[in-house]
Write a protein that binds this ligand. Structure first.
Ligand SMILES: [Zn+2]
Length: 66
């Protein structure tokens, strides 16, 4: 019996490219916005990245912006 974790983190969202609600693969990326290593801990921002499974269009959105 196979147990599936959340290996595929799929979510239906609107794709601006398709102009449709499509299945998206969602992941979180930590991006370092500063080139300086010593400041990296202050400038690492989590981004929510969604990739449309229909057209492959990727959208990233900073999570700390609310
Ligand atoms: Zn799309």
């Amino acid at each position: 019996m196979a147990t599936t974790d959340d290996a595929f983190n799929g979510l239906t969202e609107h794709c601006a490219h398709c102009e449709l609600d499509t299945l998206h693969e969602v992941s979180v990326q930590i991006r370092t916005e500063s080139g300086k290593e010593e400041n990296a801990q202050f400038s690492r921002e989590p981004y929510r990245v969604t990739e449309c499974q229909r057209c492959g269009n990727r959208t990233s959105q900073r999570m700390n912006n609310a």
